[in-house]
Write a new protein. Structure first.
Length: 466
């Protein structure tokens, strides 16, 4: 199978040849085997007296950020070579340099030889390939900028990158300089239009004084030297910039106030909605007799949260992360579209499952290991550590101690009254000291047990616990 001429070039040296296409889909191949040179004439952006002394062309390149209006500066670099086909001829276009560092343009016409071997005609002149245009047969206008690939965004960016490597700020400076020059031109035009408008206003008003804003207006204008005009222009732009800054700051403050008012309205609406929601939830809990806590499967809980749309933008493009400490589980859902983070909790601020479980252990007479085993059996493996467990239990000690002392005093009074009523003076008791289930010294207990049968039917013994 015969290779296309462009494929043959790429096969010959794939790393040094770059293929791209013109708008009419004709193929261009850039030869990168030659060294690109940045000459002294490239130090200044602009067009010289001729293209041979110009380092740049100002061209409209779709996709490239323009330096001024809609134009982009495209470098004309020695070493740049293009192979292409025009009509029925295969041609080579090369940009070279003279001894005096000016540009010269070489082209070679290979006729129908797609191997680019046998040159039928060539020329080397500082005419930007005008002689090639005159030689090529066929009808229609031929654009040298198109043939050189100077309308291709990627190719232009490649050439500009070579300039940027040597002169990093040249294109930024050119854009800035044009903006400065254009600013002066715009000011002159604006002042001229304003001057004509002022004269028209004075003429139409038939005023004898010809005074406007405290200034005398005449057909000849105000006589000022160039330095004074320059100072007036600078002052004008200073005032204009300050006015722009104040307007911008004012707009920011207005936007802030609007946002704050919107948040207040949303906050008030959210409070009312939350109050109504809480009331409905309480009614459902009371009717179903659910209590304050229910068990839910972890996967079901996270799936329920993650399938909810973003509360701000209603997007489903989200990311989920979970922070777990003890019984506390905090899923966080980050919306990739509006960047809002929504946090959920399995506990309320008033309810701490760690405290509840520690208190349940005390009430049920189960130690930490037993409680841990119970919860692990039903799949609750994220639990509080030993130190935290006992710290939570200490929160109950003052209340329990007060209740135990009160109960013991009442029991002692009953026992003493019973002995007195029997005419006895001795209260027979036994003494017992035991450690708690968890062998924690803070939970050790002592007991005085009444060793006497009470008259009547009792299903308990009286203990004095301390």
């Amino acid at each position: 199978m015969t290779l296309h001429w462009s494929e043959r070039l790429l096969t010959h040296n794939p790393n040094k040849y770059y293929l791209f296409k013109r708008k009419n889909r004709s193929i261009l191949v850039r030869d990168n085997t030659r060294k690109y040179e940045v000459l002294p004439l490239h130090a200044e952006v602009g067009i010289g007296e001729s293209l041979a002394t110009s380092g740049y062309l100002d061209i409209k390149v779709n996709g490239c950020e323009p330096e001024y209006e809609d134009r982009t500066w495209v470098p004309i670099l020695p070493g740049y070579t293009i192979f292409t086909k025009v009509h029925k001829s295969f041609v080579q276009l090369s940009i070279e340099k003279n001894i005096d560092n000016t540009l010269i343009f070489y082209w070679a016409d290979y006729g129908g030889d797609e191997t680019f071997t046998n040159v039928q005609y060539s020329s080397r002149k500082p005419d930007f390939f005008a002689s090639l245009i005159a030689r090529l047969p066929g009808e229609g206008r031929i654009s040298m900028l198109d043939l050189l690939g100077f309308h291709d965004k990627n190719n232009v960016e490649f050439l500009r990158s070579i300039i940027n490597a040597k002169l990093p700020t040249i294109f930024k400076d050119a854009k800035k300089n044009y903006a400065i020059i254009n600013k002066g031109i715009t000011l002159k035009r604006s002042c001229k239009r304003k001057g004509i408008a002022i004269l028209d206003d004075i003429t139409s008003s038939n005023s004898a004084n010809n005074i406007m804003s405290g200034m005398t207006v005449s057909q000849e204008g105000l006589s000022m030297d160039g330095l004074s005009v320059q100072a007036l222009a600078v002052q004008f732009f200073e005032i204009k910039n300050e006015l722009y800054r104040v307007k911008k700051q004012l707009k920011i403050e207005i936007d802030k106030n609007l946002q704050n008012n919107h948040r207040e309205e949303e906050g008030s609406s959210t409070i009312n909605e939350n109050q109504n929601l809480d009331q409905k939830i309480e009614e459902v809990i009371s009717k179903a007799k659910l209590g304050s806590t229910i068990l839910i499967d972890t996967r079901q809980y996270l799936k329920t949260l993650f399938t909810q749309p973003c509360p701000r933008c209603y997007s489903s493009n989200k990311k989920l992360e979970v922070i777990s400490v003890g019984f506390s589980v905090k899923p966080r859902i980050f919306c990739n579209d509006c960047k809002k983070t929504t946090e959920y909790k399995n506990e309320t601020y008033q309810n701490n499952f760690g405290i509840f479980v520690s208190g349940a252990g005390l009430a049920g007479g189960a130690n930490r290991q037993q409680m841990e085993t119970i919860f692990s059996t039903i799949g609750i493996t994220s639990q509080i550590v030993k130190k935290t467990y006992h710290q939570y239990q200490k929160k109950f000690f003052d209340t329990l101690h007060h209740a135990a002392v009160t109960s013991a005093e009442e029991a002692l009074e009953i026992a003493c009254s019973h002995i007195v009523n029997m005419g006895e003076k001795i209260l027979p008791v036994s003494f017992d000291v035991s450690w708690s289930h968890v062998r924690n010294a803070n939970q050790a207990s002592g007991e005085l047990i009444l060793q006497k049968e009470l008259s009547g039917e009792y299903d308990f013994h009286i203990y004095y616990v301390y």
